[in-house]
Design a protein around this ligand. Structure first.
Ligand code: IVH
Length: 701
């Protein structure tokens, strides 16, 4: 920063401008450092930028940007994507699981349309198992793309979608509506998925469980350059908002999508009546193993669009379409061994080690055997030929044996009565609150059991907890084994322990770059949001949502931890306070009590806290005049920046959306407001000037 002026000398406008520039620069450096492993500045230069940013913010606290580097935890938070309200919600489909359900669908359609004996034409399309996206084209130009999100509001992943070759930046021809949202599926082929995982594995990084998760992870990268390296693909199959009709049937619509430059599935068929539906299903079931990408069923859609219109929707799915799901795919293979896996909470699961077998295009080598009772009930023995099933997101499972193929001498499997850990703790059968025995066997060793410890650590570094990307499962297990990392605080100690790091450097496979990456990944998480911190502790029954409720309820790490100490000591007021929080029930209270009642847990938490800067959680105000309202800002604002206006509104409990719909409560319009203002008037939404808005929220303070 050769030309940096003293912070004291900056005017407010200059400060604002410099903060904008610093936010952009620092974020670009973060991306180059963490993601591309190719930093262009030294650590010292980078630190100087961060310090400058912090110094300006300290002098002008009201100018702290929403995307300020000082508020950011590394470069990987999903919150980085702006919300996008879909012009038309992205709905889901009703499922049909049998011929009977499919017949009922056809009957319902005919009844509703009062067609009597007339047959209905349908399209039968492969139901691609990826993640859906909505692409907005204005005058044929791709302007915005979003994930489905909750169906109403998705995440803005425009830049990432632009990296997908199969998504045209500009529609071909001229026969497209001026405004159209194209809907379709982003997915991976089996081959690309396998190659991606092999590369991740070789680099000691986390692998993805299935093509769908990997498509989702790849699309939702903060840095589009990473997405660009992933060979994602796209099939178009539907549309949302539309400025004018472009087809009379679904079949014609798919033809149009193809003509504009999209790929549509070539296995789609146009069929008549119930016989046609059955035939299309059988055909796709036959083709499924050869497609090279995952599909989990067939989508039947009424072909005529005027009929679709008449049929309309029931709650969240169309009456004119249904997803006929395939049964889970199965294959036979030999069970080589049964290992016990100890989970984070001590639950012991038997895992089948299998001769590799392809199930639905994916090679399976491990499958769950569920629990001891299941093994006994199905009489599964080592050496047996077993039937393995894989369905969608579910872990592959052993569903049965082929007794006729049992090798001679195969013995009954005796479930061990001790944990496989060096402590050999007896496995206890878990009982419910009423004393009934359950199928779960648990190792009672808790933190003394190295398996449970390691599982806790894996949870701690996982994506949704501390998200320490440089620490893959294998690496973590190796560091654990070597005694380098025994508890979460050790990870952060390692980040600053030059001696230990250089010791690592001497090990095979840890070059300068890996060490720098690891250190970077650890340091990026030293500052952490309170909810992630709580979730990362891995307390039973405290998932992400509960962690967020606790974070919002207590506000700061200090308040949370001192309340938990009191809860553990049985303090009635503290327990009542916890109980009063939204979504907190008896199971969470008991789990929190049990966790914090253990001295070693308290010690582990205290050690960890020492290493971290835990951000306070924002408590949304529920008592303001705009709490729970959806607000849209449009036009130029004169007294606030957009970011400030948004942050302020959200802190008061309002939701800020980017486009006006029936769900909008207030539109704040400044000079130059255009189409949004018009839409607001058409929909009868309240419109305020900036001053009116300020006095509304001012009155609320
Ligand atoms: S049509 C109004 N067609 O299935 C429904 N969806 O459960 C519009 N999907 O979220 C969706 N292949 O992600 C449609 N050929 C296809 C599809 C398909 C996969 C997915 C899509 C949707 C989900 C619905």
């Amino acid at each position: 920063m050769p030309d940096a002026r003293p912070v004291e000398a900056l005017t407010e406008a200059e400060a604002a401008e410099e903060l904008t520039r610093l936010a952009d620069d620092i974020s670009a450096h973060d991306i180059r450092y963490y993601r591309e492993e190719a930093p262009t500045v030294s650590d010292a230069e980078y630190d100087a930028l961060k310090q400058r940013n912090a110094a300006i913010e300290a002098r002008f606290p009201h100018l702290v940007r929403e995307n300020s580097p000082s508020l950011r935890v590394g470069a990987a938070r999903a919150e980085a994507f702006a919300p996008v309200e879909h012009g038309v919600p992205m709905l889901s489909l009703d499922n049909a699981f049998s011929d009977e359900d499919a017949r009922e669908f056809d009957a319902r359609v005919r009844r509703f349309l009062r067609l009597g004996e007339e047959t209905v034409a349908y399209t039968a399309e492969p139901k691609i198992d990826g993640l859906s996206a909505s692409l907005r084209y204005e005058n044929g130009v791709f302007v915005q793309g979003a994930t489905r999100g909750d169906g109403r509001v998705g995440e803005d992943v425009t830049e990432n979608l632009k990296t997908i070759d199969q998504i045209p930046h500009r529609l071909r021809g001229r026969d497209f509506p001026g405004l159209i949202e194209i809907r379709g599926e982003v997915y991976f082929t089996h081959d690309d998925f396998a190659a991606l995982n092999a590369a991740a594995e070789a680099a000691g990084q986390r692998t993805y469980v299935n093509p769908r998760n990997s498509a989702s992870g790849s699309l939702r990268q903060i840095d589009p350059k990473i997405t660009a390296q992933r060979p994602l693909r796209f099939f178009a199959y539907a549309w949302g908002l539309l400025s004018g009709p472009f087809a009379k049937t679904q079949w014609e619509a798919l033809e149009a999508l193809k003509a504009w430059g999209f790929r549509v599935t070539e296995q789609t068929a146009r069929v008549e009546g119930i016989e046609g539906l059955m035939g299309a299903y059988a055909n796709l079931e036959r083709l499924r193993p050869k497609l090279g990408f995952d599909i989990d069923g067939v989508v039947y859609k009424v072909d005529r669009l005027d009929w679709q219109q008449r049929l309309g929707f029931v709650s969240r799915s169309p009456r004119w379409a249904v997803a006929r799901k395939f049964p889970a795919e199965q294959a036979r293979t030999v069970l080589k061994a049964i290992d016990l896996q100890v989970g984070r909470t001590g639950a012991v699961t038997p895992v089948a080690r299998l001769e590799p077998v392809t199930v639905g295009g994916v090679v399976v080598v491990n499958a769950t055997l569920h629990n001891a009772d299941e093994i006994a009930r199905k009489d599964i023995r080592i050496g047996d030929t077993v039937i393995v099933q894989r369905a969608g997101d579910v872990i592959p499972q052993v569903v049965g044996v082929a007794p006729e193929e049992r090798p001679p001498g195969a013995e009954l499997y005796g479930f061990p009565d001790h944990c496989p850990c060096p402590l050999k703790t007896p496995l206890a059968r878990e009982t419910t609150a009423s004393g009934a025995e359950t199928v779960v066997r648990r190792c009672t060793g808790e933190f003394a059991c190295p398996y449970q410890r390691l599982e806790h650590l894996k949870h701690f570094v996982s994506r949704r907890a501390f998200d320490i990307a440089g620490l893959g499962e294998k690496q973590l297990a190796a560091f654990f084994e070597e005694g380098l990392i025994r508890e979460p605080a050790d990870i952060f100690r390692l980040g600053r322990d030059a001696a230990k790091l250089s010791e690592l450097r001497e090990r095979e496979g840890y070059g300068e770059v890996s060490i720098a990456n690891l250190r970077g990944a650890i340091e990026a998480r030293r500052r952490i949001a309170l909810d992630r911190f709580i979730y990362g502790l891995g307390i039973r029954h405290i998932g992400e949502t509960t962690a967020l409720c606790l974070a919002r309820g207590y506000g700061s790490a200090g308040a949370f931890l001192s309340a938990m100490d009191k809860v553990a000591d049985g303090d009635a007021d503290a327990i009542a306070e916890l109980d009063a929080l939204d979504q907190i029930g008896a199971a969470v209270i008991e789990a929190a009590r049990a966790y914090f009642a253990e001295d070693h847990n308290r010690r582990i938490v205290a050690n960890l806290v020492e290493q971290l800067a835990i951000e306070d959680a924002e408590r949304p105000r529920a008592d303001s005049a705009v709490a729970g309202k959806t607000v849209v800002f449009t036009g130029a604002l004169e007294r606030l920046t957009r970011d400030e206006a948004k942050a302020q509104a959200e802190a008061l409990g309002a939701k800020v959306a980017s486009s006006v719909s029936r769900k909008t409560d207030i539109v704040v319009a400044g000079p130059g407001a255009g189409s949004k203002l018009k839409t607001a008037a058409e929909l009868g939404v309240q419109v305020l000037t900036e001053d009116e808005w300020l006095s509304l929220i001012g009155a609320a303070r």
